[in-house]
Design a protein around this ligand. Structure first.
Ligand SMILES: NC(=O)c1ccc[n+]([C@@H]2O[C@H](COP(=O)([O-])OP(=O)(O)OC[C@H]3O[C@@H](n4cnc5c(N)ncnc54)[C@H](OP(=O)(O)O)[C@@H]3O)[C@@H](O)[C@H]2O)c1
Length: 267
């Protein structure tokens, strides 16, 4: 029997399946997807099994729902009879932006254990963040099995559900914001005459290293920024340009807009 089954192996479901096989024997992971060839291709790559959506719903101890929020009502209406027929325990794991655990169990038509997660795409390479919360029906043992199975994704952090939309705006949407920054850094480098591949390498390694430095030292980012800015130097000239263009306010507004949209999606 599959310990973790996945319904939907797109960007996020696929990233989490990759994380799952880092900790679980591949025999305990089952993949399914609307376009089945997609689940089959990933299963071949990961050495785990692919099956039908019905099989994933009937066999998973933890059933990961990896579909878009707007697809969820239709999917769960389809799964409801299969879930109701199950005699054994199972946990629904939802990653859908904006949808509460109460709405998920309401759509599934069963009062069942639900874990809500907010993962991000770096989970695919073990450097992600998974924010999670669980409804009261999830046991301590189930939560431990879930976190152990997902540990290969990166950092797992429990966050009460009322804050998940906010956490998601930073950790879930953030990779897109960082990629915009990376692209812009590399474009700037190319504009200065660097070959594209070198500009991209320098930008990506610099972002990764700066985040690692902040985490290793625990220092405030402002202190780390000050350490790079020599008086009258080149870095402070760039910092001033970013300030003039409203860089930090723009980033804060992006997080607020994403959080607002998360809440709208949940209505
Ligand atoms: N992307 C992110 O960074 C991110 C971050 C946090 C949370 N999330 C959440 O993760 C979920 C998935 O997002 P995504 O970005 O991974 O989307 P995606 O790449 O479009 O993947 C969705 C997958 O669901 C499959 N699917 C659709 N309807 C289905 C059905 N009825 N039965 C089985 N599979 C079905 C699709 O199959 P086809 O191949 O047939 O299209 C597709 O592979 C969303 O709820 C989103 O809110 C995403």
């Amino acid at each position: 029997m599959a310990t973790f089954s996945f319904i939907g192996t797109g960007n996020m479901g696929g990233a989490l399946a990759r994380a799952a096989v880092r900790r679980l024997p591949p025999a305990e992971v089952l993949l399914s997807n609307r376009t089945q060839s997609k689940a089959e291709a990933l299963a071949r790559e990961l050495g785990c099994a692919a099956g039908s959506v019905a099989q994933a719903a009937a066999e998973g101890r933890f059933i990961f729902l990896g579909v878009k929020p707007q697809v969820m009502p239709g999917l769960l209406a389809e799964l409801a009879p299969m879930l109701a027929a199950r005699q054994d325990r199972f946990v629904l794991v939802t990653m859908a932006a904006g949808l509460t655990m109460a709405r998920i169990s309401g759509m599934a038509g069963v009062d069942c254990p639900v874990i809500r997660i907010m993962p991000n795409t770096p989970c695919a390479v073990g450097e992600g963040v998974i924010l999670y919360d669980a409804n009261p029906l999830v046991t301590r043992e189930e939560l431990d099995r879930f976190t152990a199975g997902m540990a290969g994704a990166g950092v797992l952090d429990r966050l009460e559900e009322r804050l998940i939309d906010a956490g998601s705006a930073v950790a879930g949407c953030g990779p897109a914001f960082v990629c915009q920054f990376l692209e812009a850094l590399a474009d700037g480098g190319v504009a200065c005459g660097l070959p594209r591949a070198k500009a991209m390498l320098y930008a990506a390694q610099m972002v990764k290293g700066t985040a690692a430095l902040q985490q290793a030292t625990g220092q405030h980012p402002g202190v780390l920024k000050d350490a790079v800015c020599s008086p009258g130097g080149s870095t402070i000239a760039g910092v001033r340009t970013l300030e003039e263009r409203g860089f930090r306010g723009g980033v804060m507004d992006a997080v607020l807009a994403a959080e607002k949209r998360n809440r709208e999606l949940g209505k």
